[in-house]
Ligand binder design. Structure first.
Ligand code: ADP
Ligand code: MG
Length: 387
């Protein structure tokens, strides 16, 4: 906070009018089922992206990031059209664009925007949503736009889908905006309704270890499209509107109509939906042993039926389990990225060390480790006392 304030003064020679922050996220369970109208169960991590903003007299928008010190960007409202290229400023500019698209130009004017992101970039922890949501919450406050958190979730998702050009679902933005400490949020991807689920692991001396394998296998893009196509194929053959409408029992009754590969893809989706429901029951009962087993089953299903895991993810999961984790699984799209392990806090050093050693022995890149407890969602931190 002090850092960003001073950096803002140094960069823009004026004080920020608003400072806001938004967290990254991890999805506890419910993988590769958002596009089948399923449920997901994400929580916010402790790391946040902070943004400081002041208004300018002219219509220039000047953006700087403490993580990209040599890579500032300047534009104005007339130029605010979806940008091509890779520049990081597309994320905050996309939020301005989506807000303006919804609300018209009446409220907006030139801005100085400074970002300080503590969510690790590109580790599957959604630094992109954290960045978008921090900006959205800050602008909502600064211009008194009166947008609700679900409104801001749709606006920031649109920014990422249309302006940045990444076809993400609405999970990342929803959890970054609506999270609460000690809770996960069950998000129904069919109607976007949410339910807060207690996930208070600190008193149990548990924590979530996040293992970024640093692997990025080239299958990512084609593999994702192929999995979605398989789900659509199953839906078409079975004459249902989405795999949400299929129970595990129905799948086994009707499964002879599907080829083997399509059956296994559908099996992952329907069993994963069941596991999310079982995880909610386990969390409400504070049964973390059961939760661990569900994480393991989720990983096995993603590895064996959905085949989106990879050797690095499997090694991280298997090593964590061998060292006493209650459960572990890959998270995100797969073919690389991160895994999570539910562990006893006291075991963290030995589990990290064992995974690091196993990776060295396998000649994999060194993994990065993060840990987190379920944390709060986005908020305005300056002016103080505002949510
Ligand atoms: P993830 O969301 O999993 O971290 P993405 O590729 O979706 O990975 O988003 C990462 C991108 O978001 C970065 O490459 C950068 O363009 C942008 N970004 C996120 N945080 C910052 C930041 N603090 N400063 C500048 N750019 C950021
Ligand atoms: Mg992202």
């Amino acid at each position: 906070m002090i850092d960003i304030w001073q950096e803002f003064l140094r960069t823009f020679h004026t004080q920020p009018e608003v400072v806001a922050q938004a967290p990254g996220r991890v999805n506890l369970i419910g993988e590769h089922i958002d596009y089948s109208d399923g449920f997901v169960l994400p929580f916010a991590i402790h790391d946040v992206t902070t943004v400081a903003i002041s208004r300018r007299e002219d219509s220039t928008i000047t953006l700087a990031s403490m993580q990209r010190p040599k890579d500032g960007f300047s534009t104005n409202y007339e130029m605010l059209v979806p940008l091509t290229g890779e520049h990081w400023a597309r994320y905050p500019l996309g939020v301005l664009w989506a807000l303006r698209e919804k609300l018209g130009t009446r409220n907006f004017q030139g801005l100085n925007i400074l970002i300080d992101g503590k969510v690790p970039l590109g580790a599957g922890l959604s630094s992109s949503a954290a960045l978008e949501c921090s900006v959205a919450v800050a602008l909502n406050h600064l211009f008194q736009l009166g947008q609700s958190l679900p409104d801001l979730a749709r606006i920031t998702q649109r920014a990422e889908n249309i302006y940045v050009g990444v076809p993400c679902g609405i999970m990342d933005q929803s959890i970054s905006l609506m999270a609460e400490a000690g809770c996960a949020i069950m998000l129904d991807c069919r109607d976007l309704s949410t339910e807060k689920i207690p996930f208070d692991i600190a008193p149990e001396h548990l924590e979530l270890l996040i293992i970024d394998t640093q692997a990025h296998h080239s299958l990512v893009d084609g593999g994702y499209a192929e999995r979605r196509a398989s789900c659509e194929k199953a839906v078409g053959i079975l004459g249902i509107s989405s795999l949400r409408d299929l129970s595990v029992a129905n799948l086994y009754e009707e499964g002879h109509r599907l080829d083997d590969l399509t059956f296994r893809r559908a099996k992952h989706a329907v069993t994963e939906m069941k596991r999310v429901m079982a995880a909610v029951v386990a969390l409400k009962a504070r049964n973390f042993t059961e939760l661990g087993l569900l994480l393991n089953q989720s990983h096995a299903s993603l590895r064996d039926d959905y085949t989106v895991s990879c050797p690095e993810l499997d090694l991280a999961v298997d090593t964590a389990l061998a060292m006493g984790a209650l459960g572990a699984r890959m998270v995100g799209g797969g073919f690389g990225g991160s895994a999570i392990a539910l562990i006893h806090r006291a075991d963290a050093p030995k589990i990290r060390e064992a995974i690091a050693t196993a990776f060295t022995e396998a000649h994999f890149k060194s993994p990065r480790f993060f840990n987190s407890l379920p944390s709060d969602g986005a908020k305005v931190i300056e002016p103080a006392g505002l949510k």
